[in-house]
Design a protein around this ligand. Structure first.
Ligand code: SAH
Ligand code: SF4
Ligand code: F3S
Length: 479
């Protein structure tokens, strides 16, 4: 299909959905005139930024339909769960939370309860909800969010659970309404899906194959965000380093970064996630050349042992990973590195695990997101033999956290008495008299001073903790 043909279909899709949005809005307005009651919706999001970004679209569409946002189930007319299935505990939490709404639905039969997102792309999860949680009104997946108004309208008139799941991804629908949680910074999805099939991971099965957005659409979105007051963008994809491989033009992730770096008004650029196998020298070069790209890289290594990396289908060795880290550190002094690590992959012995600790000690990550392996039905790892006990996994996991926390704390110590540029996120959640924000390296800073959300201020670090820094504004950059 040519770009013009895609734009035409995109336009038709949006027009149809928009007509439905207007219809629902009109109904809600008519009801308001009769009853004087405003309608509310609650969207509950599990999982990663990909889901957050989808939820912002769902909230955008609900807002246009006349639903205000609420955090209170009792007040809500619509409750949507946007689900994650990357690990088992995410699934269990969801079942608990849906079960808890049974009584509310009895009390308020008009309440619409919906479940969507990654978990719903798995047949067994849909069956479970259909059978055991009959108070759920609608179920849809990750590939048809753009059709939410149509699915929702049907559910409003349907007595039984409405199920609408697409097994495969279609083309990307642009220009959906969005209700962003924050104005000064934004998540921008640059690609959908994943082609890597790491052997433990469910994401490629529930998010489909890699699809890159057109650079023009991304640039246009970011320019519009700037008009709206946005100063920081985080570019999202399961593996941003393979951005562009499916485009008809020669244009890769580094090219995209150069373009975004030249947009006036954007002050900071972040991105995640980077797969080590695709992290190119060209990308390291663009990171060191572009002043707006923050000195932070999230580079999951998952496991240290070459045997386990092979079983995980990660396509790099421990030595190659360490070599890339060395190059990055040389090219971008002071860069903060973060990572994801899995403990207890099938076949991982304590000896293998020592290699994981070795990488942690050698690289000295600022932060690590650590997970105990969770078996996902349908992935190749689910068929692999598990040889060590749960106790041993837990023991190794605790050792890992101990080693990493000490390193995080030591790195934070090096921030003490120095001055850093902080993008102000607003008052701290725990103490309204204190502001919070982040350094370019992604550190959370709580500080005293006078500044507005979205300001860039200079903060002197006075005190450090493992997860955050405390400081005081010394001189305002801009306001
Ligand atoms: N695309 C990203 C993020 C994937 S999900 C990436 O490749 O890094 C986020 C993290 O969840 C992964 O990095 C991995 O560490 C963890 N994860 C994925 N599947 C898992 C499983 N079955 N058990 C435990 N952790 C898992
Ligand atoms: Fe999962 Fe691997 Fe894809 Fe990340 S790169 S989403 S871990 S399959
Ligand atoms: Fe979870 Fe889906 Fe993200 S499975 S981690 S919400 S892509």
């Amino acid at each position: 299909m040519t770009r013009r043909e895609i734009e035409h279909i995109n336009h038709e899709v949006l027009k149809k959905q928009n007509d439905i949005i207007q219809r629902i809005k009109q109904n809600n307005e008519n009801e308001y005139h009769k009853t004087g009651r405003i309608k509310y919706a609650r969207v509950i999001t599990y999982g990663c930024q990909q889901n957050n970004s989808d939820s912002e679209k769902l909230k955008g569409m609900l807002k246009l339909m006349g639903y205000n946002q609420t955090e209170d189930n009792e007040e809500a007319d619509v409750i949507l769960f946007n689900t994650c299935c990357v690990r088992e505990n995410a699934e269990l939490k969801l079942y608990g939370n849906i079960g808890a709404l049974k009584n509310l639905k009895k009390k308020k039969p008009d309440l619409i309860i919906g479940v969507c997102g990654c978990m719903m792309q798995q047949k067994h999860a849909v069956e479970m909800i259909k059978e055991k949680y009959r108070h759920v009104d609608l179920i849809f997946g990750t590939h048809n969010i753009y059709r939410f108004p149509e699915i929702f309208e049907k559910a409003l008139h349907e007595k039984y659970t409405l199920i609408d799941i697409l097994d495969t991804e279609g083309f990307i629908v642009e220009n959906l309404p969005v209700e962003r949680d924050e104005k000064h910074k934004a998540w921008v999805t640059i690609m959908y899906g994943c082609n890597n099939f790491c052997s433990y991971c469910i994401v490629p099965y529930v998010r489909g194959r890699e699809r890159s957005r057109n650079p023009e659409d991304i640039i246009k979105e970011i320019k519009n965000l700037v008009q709206d007051g946005c100063r920081e963008v985080t570019l999202l994809g399961q593996n941003v380093n393979s951005y562009g491989k499916d485009l008809k033009i020669e244009f890769d992730f580094a090219d995209l970064l150069y373009k975004i770096n030249s947009i006036d008004g954007i002050e900071r650029i972040r991105f995640m996630t980077s797969h080590p196998k695709d992290l190119s020298n060209k990308l390291i070069k663009v990171m060191s050349e572009c002043s707006k790209i923050c000195e932070h890289l999230h580079l999951p290594f998952q496991a240290g042992s070459n045997k386990i990396l092979k079983l995980m289908n990660r396509v790099y060795t421990k030595e190659e990973y360490l070599e890339k880290v060395k190059r990055i550190k040389e090219a971008i002094p002071g860069i903060a590195l973060t990572t994801d690590i899995i403990v207890g992959f099938p076949g991982e012995t304590t000896e293998d695990f020592e290699d994981t600790l070795d990488i942690v000690r050698k690289v000295r990550f600022d932060q690590a997101f650590t997970f105990i392996y969770s078996k996902r039905e349908g992935t190749p790892a689910a068929e692999m033999m598990d040889i060590i006990s749960e106790e041993e996994k837990q023991y190794n996991f605790n050792r890992l956290i101990e080693v990493q926390n000490k390193i995080s704390r030591e790195i934070n110590e090096s921030y003490k008495d120095n001055i850093y540029e902080v993008l102000v996120d607003g008052p701290s959640k725990t103490n309204k008299n204190i502001l919070t924000g982040r350094t370019r390296t992604g550190k959370v800073v709580n500080f005293k001073g006078d500044a507005n959300i979205g300001d860039l201020v200079n903060v002197k670090i006075k005190e450090v903790h493992t997860w955050s820094l405390n400081g005081e504004v010394v001189m305002s950059n801009q306001s």
